[in-house]
Design a protein around this ligand. Structure first.
Ligand code: HEC
Length: 117
């Protein structure tokens, strides 16, 4: 009886922590498991995005950290992290973020990589 209560409150606490987010984001896919497409996307990220965004934390650089950006309900702007919204931000820019000049292949690879974060 008492044990069940204790287990129950641990579960409740874990749920609260999960809801509070940040500390318990789903894990990123390790580089050793990237597909060729994801690996090419990582290069595009290094070239076009890394100077302003950290990929492995939610901490801000020039722009918000992008860890788990496609796994959270909303991006910092409040928009859902769909490929459509991501593509719009990438190709058109947003606020202080400049538009990136990427061809279709680079964009597809980059989106695949962003999904691993
Ligand atoms: C010169 C710096 C800079 C570069 C380069 C840059 N960003 Fe950003 N990014 C920002 C800033 C600043 C914001 C916050 C914009 C805002 O909402 O006002 C942002 C926002 C974002 C967001 C969140 C959008 C939202 O709706 O909240 C995503 C996703 C993003 N950037 C992805 C990328 C990707 C992918 C690249 C590479 C193609 C990139 N950024 C290149 C500065 C940059």
């Amino acid at each position: 009886m008492q044990l069940r209560l204790i287990v129950g409150s641990f579960a409740a606490a874990a749920t609260l922590v999960a809801i509070a987010g940040c500390r318990h984001l789903p894990p990123s896919k390790p580089a050793s498991e990237w597909t060729p497409e994801e690996a090419r996307g990582a290069q595009v990220f290094q070239h076009s995005c890394a100077r302003c965004h950290y990929p492995t934390t939610t901490q801000g650089k020039q722009g918000p950290g992008l860890q788990a950006i496609t796994k959270v309900p909303t991006m910092p702007s409040g928009a859902p992290p769909t490929d459509e919204r991501l593509t719009a931000a990438i190709l058109r820019g947003r606020g202080m973020m400049p538009a990136a000049e990427l061809d279709d292949d680079q964009l597809r690879d980059l989106l695949a990589y962003i999904h691993t974060l």
